[in-house]
Design a protein around this ligand. Structure first.
Ligand code: HEM
Ligand code: HEM
Length: 216
């Protein structure tokens, strides 16, 4: 085993946006499921339960959007581990080789987990898809949202989608993409836990503290 050094990998914006997104996504899933399959919970209309649920969905939706935009901005100004380049490893033959190596490890075909300081090539590619899913949720969500006021600024930004994709399709795909995200989260927590155990480098604590221990 080589010398182990402590490295500062995940800067504050990466960590803060990660955990804000987690809180928002949990809120958006629970409120979204209720919006999609409403039950009568109120004893009297002044309790305004669907109103508050939708309000919460929109507050979390706006917060999520600001956080995702902040993370995209950080992909252009942050350190080498959070740059946009990290998320497209499959464009080079070296990156494809790294993807292949780590995939073999994930499916138990190889015992050797390649050492990466930042993201491994497979995780990075999956996160790219997750960020595209985030953008998809934002675009379809706001297109649905702006229907309430065709003269608003937000309608000018997102309303053009409505004549192209009928609202019912937007709702259906907005709903289906939620399940893709939930599927990712289940695998994500499993993978983070697995790698944390195998690497013994504090992978999970890294997304709280920013630091990881890596072999030189
Ligand atoms: C709604 C739940 C979650 C979602 C959608 C999510 C999504 C993501 C995404 C997109 C990244 C890439 C971050 C970036 O580069 O900005 C990431 C990184 C990370 N997440 Fe999560 N995450 C969730 C929950 C968790 C939880 C509960 C843990 C801890 C067990 C965790 C551990 C990590 C770690 C350690 C990283 C660092 C990158 C790596 O080593 O792969 N995440 N997550
Ligand atoms: C991870 C992010 C998100 C998740 C998991 C999510 C989930 C959901 C779900 C499950 C529904 C119900 C769809 C149905 O079955 O009919 C819904 C509806 C909706 N969502 Fe989202 N959503 C997210 C992000 C957003 C964002 C960013 C916005 C923007 C404001 C938004 C706005 C809406 C609107 C306007 C509706 C329809 C509300 C209604 O018809 O009363 N969502 N969402």
């Amino acid at each position: 085993m080589g010398k182990v050094v402590i490295k500062y990998v995940w800067e504050i914006p990466v960590r803060v946006t990660h955990w804000i997104n987690v809180l928002c996504i949990i809120t958006l899933c629970f409120t979204g499921l209720y919006i999609g399959s409403p039950k009568t919970l109120a004893l009297n209309p002044s309790q305004y339960i669907m109103g508050w649920t939708r309000f919460l969905h929109f507050v979390a939706g706006y917060t999520f959007t600001v956080s995702v935009l902040a993370r995209i901005y950080w992909a252009f100004v942050g350190n080498e581990y959070s740059r946009w380049r990290v998320f497209i490893p499959w464009l080079t033959s070296e990156g494809r080789r790294r993807m292949w190596e780590v995939s073999r490890w994930y499916v138990f075909l190889s015992r050797r987990l390649p050492a990466d300081v930042g993201l491994n090539a497979m995780a990075a590619t999956i996160y790219l898809i997750v960020f595209l899913l985030y953008l998809f949720m934002i675009v379809t969500g706001f297109a649905l949202y702006v229907q309430y006021d065709p003269h608003s600024f937000m309608h000018a930004l997102f309303g053009w989608l409505l004549p192209i994709i009928p609202a019912q399709w937007l709702r259906l795909t907005h709903h289906l993409a939620m399940w893709l995200l939930i599927g990712f989260v289940i695998n994500h927590i499993y993978s983070a836990w697995l790698v944390d155990i195998r690497v013994k480098g504090g992978v999970i604590s890294g997304i709280f503290s920013g630091y990881k221990s890596v072999e030189e």
